[in-house]
Design a binder for this molecule. Structure first.
Ligand SMILES: [Zn+2]
Length: 92
């Protein structure tokens, strides 16, 4: 369901494109915080597995991770709309 908090580099290594699209620099695995705006509300998603360019800092998020995030956000918004905002964090 939610993204595994113990996500490891090996888990995502096969998704690593290897080199930055923007500058050709080397990508390394890390976790980032993402801002997402939906209906003028800001959602912050933490601990997102991503690849970051060591040269230009470009962040590349694997497609399966993006799909998972979109699901998480949709569920979160649905809960909020139903009048029962979840107490847990979005990344929980
Ligand atoms: Zn780069």
């Amino acid at each position: 369901m939610a993204i595994d908090k113990d996500a490891k580099e090996e888990q995502y290594s096969e998704l690593n494109p290897g080199f930055c699209n923007a500058c050709g620099g080397k990508l390394f695995f890390d976790k980032v915080s993402l801002d997402h705006y939906e209906d003028e509300k800001l959602y912050v998603i933490e601990d997102v597995p991503a690849f970051i360019c060591e040269d230009c800092g470009e962040i590349w998020i694997p497609k399966p991770v993006i799909e998972e995030l979109e699901k998480m956000i949709a569920v979160y918004i649905e809960k909020e709309m139903s009048g029962k905002p979840p107490k847990e964090q979005l990344n929980g």
